[in-house]
Structure formats: structure tokens, C-alpha cells
Design a binder for this molecule. Structure first.
Ligand code: URA
Length: 442
């Protein structure tokens, strides 16, 4: 298309008829989303055409780059070292970002991390962090840059100037049934990550009952597309494909997940081997991409070393203090974090093996308790959720604990107890062990 034909109807028609959009057409679309020169119905029509017709690799890369450039691209070149971040496609009980950022930064690798809030069934790192009294996630880009330079890590929320086209397009996708579209997901995630000022990226692409992608092939396709975009933009990107059928670790909520993250940083997250395993595996990839280690085993040993020495917990304390949070949370999480008024146990009705803990059912129960939001403007109750959740493969006797509900009213407590009881499947046989990390891509 030449410039004269770059009108919204022509661009929409091109995609509607199965054509490939050139860089100029994609740039016009993204400009239209950012400056308001395209009407919502035109943006939505093109989103639906993309949903139905797809985009090839070149189109997806052009869309990602245009969305990244729709706002400020943070410049962290003044911070020494290769800056590496991690992004997860979203899971249940997925608090990995908290211990991971502190561990990797304690190994001397700068971690500029811009995270999201929970929406729908998945939790959000920002909501978890905000359960620490005083913690400020709304740093300006200047404060973010200065903090990464000073202490090697900042954990912040998306600012208005980073990839504003994504904000507009994501809101339209949400209401036009065009969220589940690989090139759009890919461009949305990667444009924001590439605008952070990173040198490399590790992705945790989840699949299973509690994930956005339900099957391994879907997760693989998304991971491959995102790694290809990273490579095209000269930002080496590696993905782990990880199972998300049961909640990660043993806590689901906000404050309860911060407490579990602190236990993880102390090396004391009892029964949460999956959380430790995933944190070490993603961390090892980050150290390799940062080129401070060349072997995965050495990278894992280095991460385990900063946990054992207390350096990782000290780094977390430093981050919390730098962002206005109460650093005493590292010593006394129970005393500092908000606690729910009521707790209630769920116990097994019979003996057997835990064959499944339905991550989606637990997530929806946590949402009903108030731990998440169904609309972006909803408030979150930081205190509620689940702890001491049973793990798949555990042997239980009748009356053994399957989990504890933390609630702020009696009705919701009763509903959540019933939901958790229904989410845990007890079988006569031990289930076959399944790997948490299934593939490595990139
Ligand atoms: N997360 C994002 O940031 N964008 C998507 O499109 C899907 C998940």
C-alpha cells in the first residue's frame, strides 16, 4: 500500500481479505490507537480481522515494534551490566517474581521489572507487593532508572508513557472478544517488555488448567513467537514451558503470597519445592542471559548461595525500603502484613493420595474471597486467600489438612471452604509424577 491508501478502511479491508499488512499500515494503525485518530470501531474492526486472519512473523514483529515505540522506551544504558527481566503469562499462586528479582539482583544482575495487576483468575505482582504496608509501585520512569542503578532492582507498575498503544488496544480487545489471539498477545507482552530498557528476557509460558494457554502446543506456539520477536529485536529471549494445573507453592492470595516469597528467600518455604524449583530455573536462565555464568548448574548454585547467605533476603529488604515499604516484613511477615479476621481449615474426608488440586477452581475461589478483581477498577482485599494448600502426590489420611482459608466474612469463608474441598481430588492410587518444567525454547 502507498501512503494515499493507508486509510483505516483500506487497511482493515486488506487484513479482512487475508492480506499481509506492511510496516507503514501497521504503524498507521498503532498511531491511530495512540493519538485517537482512528475511531474505536475502526480499531476494533482491524483487531477482529487480525483475530480471524492472523499475522505472519514479520507483521507481528512490526506490530510489536510500533507498539513499543508508541511511548517512551526506557534507556538504562547508564546502568552497568546486562539488564534482564522475567515475564510470566500468568498462573495461580505464581509469586515467583518477588523472590526471583531479589535473588538475581543479589547475584549482581540488574533486574528492571515492570509488572501488572491481577485481572480475572490470575494474580498480579503489584497487588502482592502492595500488601506490604507503604510499598509504592507507582515510581516514575526517572525513579525507576535511578533505583535500578542504585540497588540493582525496581519492581514497578506500567507507567502511562510505556507502550500506550497497548493500553488502548488491550481495553478494546477485552470487550470485543479478541484477547485470545497469538500475534496480539505476543505484541502486547513483548512491546511492554522491550520498552523497559532490558537487554534480555526470560519467559515463563504456562499451560494447563490454571493458565491462559490450556495445552502444551498452544504454549509452545506462543513461546516460539515471543522468542522470535525477541531475537528480531536483538534482545535474546528464552522461554520455559511450565505446567500450571495446581497452584504454585502453597499460598494463593496477596499478603499470604508475600509471606511465602519471604520464606522462599529464607530457604524455608516448606512443601513449596515447585516454587523453589521454578524460581531457581528461571533465575539460572537470567544469569546465563546476563552472561555472569556460562553453565546452568553453576548459575543454580550461585542462586542457592545467595539464599543460604541471606544476601537474597537482604536485597529484598533493600527493595522494599527503597520503595517506601516496611522492611520489617522480612523479619516478621505475620506481624507486618494484613491478616484476615477469620480462618477455616479444610480437611480430607478420606485417606488416599492427592491426585489433583484444580488451580482454576482455587483461583476463582480466591477471587470470590476478594483477593482479585473482575474489573480493572475493583479494589483488592490483600489479606484473604489460601495457605498450607495440599500438593499433588502427597499421601493424606482422613482428617489431614488440605488447606486453610483466610476470609473477612463468614459467608465467603464457608463458600471458599466448600470450593477448596471440591478442588482437591483424592485418589486411591498415587498419581504419576509430572515434570513442572516441560520444555526450554530459544
Ligand atoms: N498479557 C498481556 O500483557 N497482554 C495480552 O495480550 C495477554 C496477556
Amino acid at each position: 500500500m502507498d501512503d494515499a491508501t493507508l486509510t483505516p478502511p483500506r487497511i482493515i479491508a486488506c487484513k479482512r481479505d487475508g492480506g499481509a499488512l506492511g510496516r507503514d499500515a501497521i504503524a498507521a494503525f498503532v498511531r491511530g490507537a495512540t493519538d485517537g485518530s482512528w475511531a474505536d470501531y475502526q480499531l476494533s474492526a482491524l483487531l477482529m480481522a487480525i483475530y480471524l486472519r492472523g499475522m505472519d512473523a514479520a507483521e507481528t514483529a512490526a506490530l510489536t515494534e510500533a507498539m513499543m515505540r508508541s511511548g517512551v522506551v526506557a534507556d538504562l544504558s547508564g546502568v552497568p551490566g546486562r539488564k534482564v527481566d522475567k515475564h510470566s503469562t500468568g498462573g495461580v499462586g505464581d509469586k515467583v517474581s518477588l523472590p526471583l528479582a531479589a535473588m538475581v539482583a543479589a547475584c549482581g544482575v540488574p533486574v528492571p521489572m515492570i509488572s501488572g495487576r491481577g485481572l480475572g483468575h490470575t494474580g498480579g505482582t503489584l497487588d502482592k507487593l502492595e500488601s506490604i504496608p507503604g510499598f509504592r509501585v507507582g515510581l516514575s520512569l526517572e525513579e525507576y532508572r535511578a533505583q535500578v542503578g542504585r540497588i540493582g532492582c525496581a519492581l514497578i507498575g506500567q507507567t502511562r508513557d510505556l507502550a500506550p498503544a497497548d493500553k488502548k488496544l488491550y481495553a478494546l480487545r477485552d470487550v470485543t472478544a479478541t484477547v485470545e489471539c497469538l500475534p496480539l498477545i505476543c505484541a502486547s507482552i513483548m512491546s511492554k517488555k522491550m520498552a523497559e530498557g532490558i537487554d534480555a528476557l526470560v519467559l515463563d509460558v504456562k499451560f494447563g488448567r490454571g493458565a491462559f494457554m490450556k495445552t502444551l502446543p498452544e504454549a509452545r506456539a506462543l513461546a516460539e513467537a515471543m522468542c522470535a520477536i525477541g531475537a528480531a529485536m536483538a534482545k535474546p529471549t528464552r522461554a520455559l514451558l511450565t505446567r500450571m494445573d495446581q497452584p504454585l507453592g502453597r499460598a494463593v492470595g496477596n499478603a499470604v503470597e508475600v509471606a511465602e516469597s519471604i520464606a522462599c528467600l529464607r530457604g524455608e518455604a516448606e512443601g513449596a519445592e515447585d516454587l523453589m524449583e521454578l524460581t531457581y530455573s528461571l533465575g539460572a536462565e537470567m544469569l546465563l542471559l546476563a552472561r555472569v555464568e556460562t553453565e546452568a548448574a553453576a548459575a543454580r548454585a550461585r542462586l542457592a548461595g545467595v539464599v543460604a547467605s541471606g544476601a537474597a533476603l537482604e536485597k529484598f529488604r533493600e527493595i522494599v525500603a527503597a520503595q517506601g515499604g516496611d522492611p520489617r516484613v522480612c523479619d516478621d511477615p505475620v506481624g507486618i502484613l494484613p491478616a484476615a479476621r477469620l480462618t477455616g481449615e479444610v480437611r480430607s474426608a478420606r485417606a488416599g493420595w492427592v491426585a489433583g488440586v484444580d488451580a482454576m477452581a482455587v483461583a476463582l475461589a480466591a477471587l470470590r474471597l476478594g483477593a482479585g478483581r473482575t474489573r480493572a477498577e475493583d479494589a483488592v482485599d490483600h489479606a484473604v486467600g489460601f495457605t498450607r494448600l495440599a500438593k499433588v502426590g502427597a499421601r493424606v489420611e482422613a482428617g489431614d489438612l488440605l488447606g486453610v482459608v483466610h476470609a473477612n466474612d463468614e459467608t465467603r469463608l464457608a463458600e471458599a471452604r466448600a470450593a477448596l474441598a471440591g478442588a482437591v481430588e483424592i485418589a486411591d492410587e498415587a498419581p504419576a509424577a509430572e515434570a513442572l518444567i516441560v520444555e526450554r525454547i530459544g
